[in-house]
Design a protein around this ligand. Structure first.
Ligand code: NAG
Ligand code: NAG
Length: 269
């Protein structure tokens, strides 16, 4: 009798064990699980375990709640964790859309009707909300005759080198430059083709966090595992001492910001 129970039990156990699949760490694009650094070690997770995840800024979970529960089941994570882009549709000048003032989600398609003499960029009257935002800007732009272009588009923290004209003939080029402490990204020239300017450059307010300075001060970045050493003006930067070193500057110096191209580093010995 005992033997029988024991055999049944063993069978049941091995059976349960054999089936007992686990769930791998959920790699969530644009999202993370609650307290990820702490719980990452506990993967793979057993069936029955559950976690909460959230999405980064401008993304939402399908349920739209800040924290969404995912259960580890025999079929894997349920529901499958996902972060969907949100795209805001503004009020369109010189045109109309039923979506004006609404927030859309990844996958949505929106129509714009422009007034006479105006056209959406590239003549596309439908634009889609995708992972990186609207497929083209939700705008109605003035149409100039014979492939001419209007004034070059303004950019943040930068300007054109020459004074803008009201109209430019096809194949004209215009050059941009950035304000002090901003770094130009992209092509500094734009060209007028088929009545549209090519993509203007961006001016990024940047501090370079130098590997050399971090060595000198015996510190490292607290959060960033990636080696991105550019940071924008007023972004918070957090440092910690390298392993085996102790802080010799006050705690608040370990949380600093990039200001006009400069970072003040804390120090450890
Ligand atoms: C997760 O499991 C709990 C407990 O069994 C259940 O109440 C909940 O509905 C499940 N959630 C999902 C999304 O499957
Ligand atoms: C600085 O941080 C350490 C460790 O987090 C803590 O023990 C200490 O009390 C803090 N000192 C001050 C002045 O806040």
């Amino acid at each position: 009798m005992f033997l029988l129970i024991s055999v049944v039990l063993t069978l049941w156990l091995s059976c349960a064990h054999g089936q007992g699949r686990t769930c791998d760490f959920p790699e969530i694009k644009h999202g993370s699980i609650y307290n990820e650094n702490r719980y990452k070690k506990s993967f793979p997770a057993d069936v029955g375990k559950y976690f909460y995840y959230t999405c980064e800024h401008s993304f939402v979970t399908p349920s739209q709640s800040l924290w969404t529960r995912i259960n580890c089941t025999e079929e894997g994570w349920s529901p499958t964790p996902k972060c969907l882009r949100q795209c805001f549709f503004p009020w369109v000048e010189n045109g109309q859309s039923t979506s004006s003032g609404q927030t859309h989600r990844e996958g949505d398609v929106v129509h714009i009707v422009c007034n006479a003499g105006y056209s959406p960029p590239n003549g596309q009257s439908s634009i889609a909300c995708g992972e990186s935002g609207w497929s083209s800007p939700p705008e109605c732009r003035r149409v100039y005759p014979q492939g001419r272009c209007g004034p070059p588009p303004p950019i943040d923290n930068g300007d054109t080198v020459s004074l803008p004209l009201p109209q430019y003939p096809p194949e004209s080029a215009v050059e941009y430059k950035c304000q002090a402490y901003y770094v130009l990204q992209g092509d500094k020239h734009i060209v007028c083709r088929n009545g549209e300017w090519s993509e203007p450059p961006k001016c990024l307010g940047a501090c370079v966090i130098s590997e050399e300075m971090m060595q000198q001060h015996n510190i490292q970045l607290k959060w960033r595992q990636d080696r991105k050493l550019y940071t924008r003006t007023d972004d918070n930067i957090e440092f910690t001492c390298k392993y085996g070193y102790r802080p010799t500057t006050p705690n608040h110096t370990f949380r600093t910001t990039c200001h006009e191209g400069k970072v003040v580093y804390p120090h450890c010995e």
